[in-house]
Design a protein around this ligand. Structure first.
Ligand code: GLN
Length: 486
């Protein structure tokens, strides 16, 4: 089999037994990138020299016979909002087009210490604002399953690269669904960890009370291995939790006996695609066959999730993005006659339309006179959404839903209608509002051959339980074995 199609754990076996080298593998991935990039454009930056140097170092380590980390020598892609020392980090924005960070994000440092090989930075919606990767200042990314369709977003580049074998695994970030929704659209596995599980030091902030970094991988085992490498407390991020990190790969088990799974009726709505509905129902049946007990649960405040999110996330974004003023980072407009004009022109040229829309919405929601009506109220509703989950998780271990209401939509289909675009996150957003972990994995295909995503949510810091159920489902099905013909 073509090594680019293999998973982390399969390749680890080959590297450890000297059946292949990281250099050979990295070269194959770079070739693969050359052949698929003209069709999908998953990367903003590819770093062949740096990758080959890391591969060389990994090979030396592997040759030495010292115990190797499962990620040693494995080509990994990083979403372009993760700071990489000496390597351009653009957030797919003109305002950061030439920004070269002086330091590595903690997740990057941890993967580096594990011996991973960084192959490049992946395309995204500008500042992670979007659901289709059409909001990139550097051109859109296409879905490897059908290049006339979007790959999801905002981590669309990472998901498309994994699906197209243009890297072995990737990191994304998820503020309202940006790991899970593109994973669903591209037929791969994506996990948004619990808020606090993974350090965000060096992640360019979008909405700080919601953002999390997580893996996008070819299967559940790889997802667990990536989680092992990136999780855990970090003194550089005061929101990272001092909670012990289990060995996620050991949680993987084929049997679901005794597992209680909740099905929320609020996630099976009108307007949902019938093929998605059918695939998710079938998946629930498979889980029952594996020993899980299913029951109804109620998440009555779900209908307020999108409105709540678009107040909180935009408010936080308006504050976080105030730092891009042409003084400290990236693009500066010139010539300008005074400081105010410099600020204004820099932001006018530097930000794309969606980012400007969010800054305006957020500034409005926070402005005096509207703060109580919008921001404070949204915070109250946030608590209600969180307590819906607390109640549900008293009765069940996991909650299973579709990841998105439809499979990948056409390029351009929703760009003129922001509300329609926002609605494609209807099933993923509550998870960020509540701070809980959730995974998306393939559970079927539409007649047109597009992947369908299943979402599994868990209690705070119960990623192990999610990965256990996901693994059991994966082992009982064949969906993860399909490959796009690209
Ligand atoms: N699509 C959502 C938004 O545009 C979520 C994005 C994300 O998770 N980063 O805000």
């Amino acid at each position: 089999m073509d090594p680019t199609q293999l998973t982390i754990h399969e390749l680890h076996g080959q590297l450890k037994n000297h059946k292949t080298t990281s250099r050979a593998l990295t070269r194959l991935i770079l070739d693969r990138i050359k052949s698929v990039e003209p069709k999908i454009h998953a990367y903003t930056t590819v770093t062949p020299e740096a990758a080959m140097a890391q591969a060389e170092a990994a090979d030396q380590w592997l040759q030495s016979g010292r115990p190797a980390h499962p990620l040693t020598g494995i080509p990994i892609a990083l979403k372009d909002n993760l700071c990489t020392q000496g390597i351009r980090t653009t957030c797919s924005s003109k305002i950061l087009e030439n920004f070269i960070p002086p330091y590595n994000a903690t997740v990057v440092r941890r993967l580096n210490e594990a011996g991973a090989v960084f192959i490049g930075k992946t395309n995204m919606d500008e500042f992670a604002m979007g659901s289709s990767t059409e909001n990139s200042a550097f051109g859109l990314t296409a879905n490897p399953w059908d290049v006339s369709r979007i790959p999801g977003g905002s981590s669309g580049g990472s998901a498309a690269a994994v699906a197209a074998d243009a890297c072995i695994s990737a990191l994304g970030s998820d503020t309202g669904g940006s790991i899970r929704q593109p994973a669903a659209m591209c037929g791969v596995v994506g996990l948004k960890p619990t808020y606090g599980r993974v350090s965000r030091y060096g992640l360019v902030a979008f909405a700080s009370s919601l953002d999390q970094i997580g893996p996008i991988a070819k299967n559940v085992t790889d997802c667990a291995l990536m989680m092992n490498a990136i999780s855990g407390h970090d003194s550089y991020d005061s929101t990272s939790a001092e909670i012990p990190v289990p060995d996620f790969a050991r949680a993987l088990d084929r049997n679901l006996t005794g597992m209680r799974i909740g099905i929320p009726k609020e996630y099976f709505i009108d307007g949902m695609d019938s093929e998605v509905l059918h695939a998710v129902k079938e998946a629930i049946r498979v889980m029952e066959k594996l020993g899980a007990k299913t029951q109804d649960v109620f998440l009555p405040h779900t209908e307020y999730a999108i409105a709540t999110y678009y107040i909180l996330a935009t408010a936080e974004a308006s504050s976080n993005l105030a730092r891009y003023d042409g003084v400290k980072y990236g693009h500066r407009a010139k010539p300008t006659k005074d400081l105010l004009e410099m600020y204004m022109k820099t932001r006018q040229d530097g930000f794309g339309p969606e980012v400007k829309r969010r800054i305006m919405l957020g500034t409005y929601a926070l402005s005096s006179g509207y703060y109580d009506a919008y921001y404070r109220k949204a915070q109250c509703v946030r608590t209600l959404i969180k307590s819906d989950f607390d109640e549900a998780f008293k009765q069940v271990d996991l909650i299973v839903t579709p990841t998105a209401p439809t499979a990948a939509f056409k390029i351009g289909e929703k760009t003129q209608d922001p509300l329609q675009m926002y609605l494609s996150d209807i099933f993923t957003i509550s998870v960020n509002i509540a701070g809980i972990p959730a995974l998306s994995m393939p559970c079927g295909f539409t007649k047109a051959g597009l992947p369908i995503g299943l979402q599994i949510m868990g209690r705070p810091f119960a990623e192990e339980t999610i990965l256990h159920a996901a693994y059991a489902f994966e082992q009982a099905t064949e969906w993860h074995k399909r490959k796009p013909n690209i």
